[in-house]
Design a protein around this ligand. Sequence first.
Ligand SMILES: Nc1nc2c(c(=O)[nH]1)N[C@H]1C(S)=C(S)[C@@H](COP(=O)(O)OP(=O)(O)OC[C@H]3O[C@@H](n4cnc5c(N)ncnc54)[C@H](O)[C@@H]3O)O[C@H]1N2
Ligand code: MOO
Length: 409
Amino acid sequence: MSDTPALLPVDEARARILGLCTPLPTEWVPGDDALGRALAEDVRARRTLPPWDNSAMDGYAVRARDLAGPLPVRLTVGETVFAGRRPTREVVPGTCARIMTGAPLPPGADAVVMRERTRAVPDAPDAVEILEAVGPGNFIRPRGEDAREGDVLLRRGTPLGIPELGLLWAQGQGTVPVPRRPRVAVLSTGDELCRVDEPPGDGIVDVNAPALALAVRRAGGVPTLLGIARDTREAVQEALSRVEGFDVVLTSAGVSVGDHDFVKDALEALGVEQRFWRVAIKPGKPLVVGQRGHTLFMGLPGNPTSSLVTFELFVRPALRRLQGLEDVEPPRVSGRLDGRLSKAPGLAHFVRVTATWRAGELWAKPLGTQTSGALRSAAAATHLLHFPYDSSSLTDGSHVELLPLSWVA
Ligand SMILES: Nc1nc2c(c(=O)[nH]1)N[C@H]1C(S)=C(S)[C@@H](COP(=O)(O)OP(=O)(O)OC[C@H]3O[C@@H](n4cnc5c(N)ncnc54)[C@H](O)[C@@H]3O)O[C@H]1N2
Ligand code: MOO
């Protein structure tokens, strides 16, 4: 007889984890450290941009009405206006100003003619011939088209990409308010494990801790490696007693039902309240999640691919929510299955596939060995194919949901 609890559906497990995560306290950081993080506050424009009507082209600032007659029209050039300089003369009828891209439009002018639609006049350096008629507003970028002082430019929770940071820099804003990065402790457990710089002998090299640390960093967190704990409750408990000040504690292995699976007991002994254990998923079924104070504990399965898949589906969304990002569900795209798949109902499978674009669709081909310990198929995978919980077969060409992997190079 088994006393293991019922398996939680994947979406419910993620929803429960996200319910334990609220954005961390705000810090102000330079823009280049804010990339990929979320704004902690609304940001308003400090400046109207552009500050004046200006030219979108190198050419001539004209009065559109002057061009109404037969072409070409000869105009007298009053001055040349460069970006960053102010015009000094009004453009009166019969005149124009030579103007460079970004330069403020002189008073009197209401349009710009690009240089390629004009012709120099031999022996008359102060004149230019305009070869085409244009309407008012032609090639003018109006004052305030990008921002008006006081406008909300970016809302709280907005992920900061490169153009968002450009928008803030253009406003003269060099530092940005964002929730601080989550501090994440990473512990491996297992008697068989050794570090990569030790002779392995009959041991298994600890892949999970360094791999999870990289995944944490890629998800915006700050990882700290706690090393390898041996397979006793005391050793795991001792290692986990040093996690003061961390927001998230990740362990790997020791969460199934084996004789050496002490992680759940150690968490309980440390006063961590278990929120759930076991999810209806393959790979990754034995995931355990708990909380003590504000610290989230996530015990990932030991198989290297199981730990990476559970990171992708459960840990990464949590780290992103702690950083104030709102849209943290794993991204999904639709595709077609290239091949056939079958399984027993009762677990959602996340199948390692390579997806390629063919004839306007994304075709996903399952990779060879799919066991949870196999890393080669994880290395070759571009996406995870979601083979739903209650489904038992997918035929060639089936429409499927694909999750792009964040772990690819
Ligand atoms: N009777 C049952 N047995 C198992 C079940 C079950 O439901 N009933 N679930 C299986 C599933 S699914 C998984 S996943 C594994 C997970 O078990 P644990 O998380 O307890 O992990 P271990 O058994 O300690 O190790 C599994 C495997 O992974 C290797 N490992 C562990 N840590 C690392 C590391 N840091 N780097 C590289 N490799 C690591 C370890 O050597 C084992 O080969 O349980 C199944 N069993
Ligand atoms: O749930 Mo396990 O990760 O399939 O081997």
